[in-house]
Write a protein that binds this ligand. Structure first.
Ligand SMILES: C[S@@+](CC[C@H](N)C(=O)[O-])C[C@H]1O[C@@H](n2cnc3c(N)ncnc32)[C@H](O)[C@@H]1O
Length: 210
């Protein structure tokens, strides 16, 4: 998945708008989050990097919002962009595979983070954290490269998924705790004009072992 230095170098080297995963308007994530939260629900953007999802959710008056990322440099880029509005967001620099959630969230959003976890032990840790962080009945939205998406991202190998293989992978690590609710295919256009196939799935965390 790369270490903190890798990701800090990536965000230091280029403006956020030049990164392959940049979205000027993260429309699909934004729509999915809005569909699954009510006002006042706590939202966690895992590996949010410099994404503008937080800007859109602040505009909506949703949250409280927490953005977590391995790279403090990525979080700094978002804070600088948001200016005074950054003060109403909780920013956490941490590795999601070793993080202990300080509270529960109604919604977990991850775009292009889980797919970097190529070691089964890291995927197990991620899913355990997700189960601990979400309120029973909460929603997890996870976007990864699709089976026909790129094999690498940011110079790192990734695991690609279909809706079925992602659901199976999550169920392996937390049997019966996440029910698939839906999935969609998404074609992302990078700043240089390449097309990347993503797939996004959303799950409900069950009450089991609440
Ligand atoms: C491809 S970028 C996607 C960023 C953002 N989600 C978006 O859509 O713009 C992947 C992000 O995951 C972060 N990341 C990678 N491994 C991580 C980990 N183990 N824990 C937390 N963040 C991680 C990186 O720092 C980077 O910001």
């Amino acid at each position: 998945m790369g270490d903190r230095q890798h990701w800090d170098r990536v965000y230091d080297a280029r403006d956020e708008t030049a990164l392959t995963w940049f979205e000027a308007a993260p429309t699909l994530s934004h729509d999915l989050v809005r569909r699954h939260v009510r006002p006042g629900d706590a939202i966690l953007d895992v590996g949010g990097g410099a994404s503008r999802l937080v800007d859109a959710l602040l505009e909506d008056g949703l949250g409280p919002i927490t953005v977590l990322d391995l790279s403090p440099g990525a979080l700094a880029a978002s804070r600088a962009r948001l200016g005074p509005r950054a003060g109403s967001v909780t920013w956490i620099a941490a590795d999601i595979t070793g993080w202990t959630p300080p509270r529960r969230y109604a919604l977990w959003h991850d775009r292009a983070v889980f797919h970097f976890l190529t070691a089964p032990s890291d995927r197990a840790a991620y899913v355990a954290t997700m189960a601990a962080a979400l309120t029973p009945g909460g929603t997890a939205i996870i976007a990864t490269f699709a089976l026909d998406g790129p094999a690498t991202c940011s110079g790192l190998p990734v695991c690609r998924y279909s809706p079925e293989t992602l659901a199976a992978e999550i169920d392996t690590h937390a049997p019966g705790r996440f029910v698939p609710l839906g999935a969609a295919r998404h074609l992302h256009h990078t700043p240089k004009g390449a097309t990347q196939a993503f797939q996004v799935s959303w799950f409900r965390r069950t009450d089991a072992s609440a």
